[in-house]
Design a binder for this molecule. Structure first.
Ligand SMILES: [Zn+2]
Length: 126
């Protein structure tokens, strides 16, 4: 599983825009990915918004795309665009960045949205 450089940058930008980049812990990425997948987060310190976005984007790609599995090497977001339509990748980036933002707010790690901007409802995420 991987993201190409362009889409990786887009995801980073989306997290920076939401002031979540400060929560990213590259040196613990593997451990935190395992914890997220196994539901074994001990506290908010085990939450890494980049890792969660990355895992969830791939999980959705595997679910939705043809010929795309956990072992696929293509960029999940390029593949989404190729199989659906241009512009979808940036919608996915925003959607998953909003998801981790909502989680971060719930955990007290980020500020709630200013009035006028609402979170996408969790129902949209399944
Ligand atoms: Zn890509």
């Amino acid at each position: 599983m991987s993201l190409c450089r362009l889409h990786n940058e887009r995801l980073q930008d989306a997290l920076k825009k939401r002031d979540l980049w400060r929560l990213v812990k590259p040196e613990r990425a593997k451990e935190l990915a395992k914890r997220w997948l196994s539901g074994d987060m001990r506290n908010e310190g085990d939450f890494d918004p980049y890792v969660v976005c990355w895992l969830e984007i791939h999980a959705h790609a595997v679910e939705l795309l043809r010929d795309f599995g956990p072992k696929s090497r293509a960029c999940a977001l390029c593949e989404v665009e190729r199989q659906t339509r241009p512009g979808i990748a940036s919608q996915w980036v925003d959607r998953f960045a909003d998801l981790v933002w909502a989680l971060a707010v719930k955990m007290g790690l980020a500020k709630p949205p200013r009035s006028g901007r609402s979170f996408i409802s969790e129902a949209h995420l399944h």
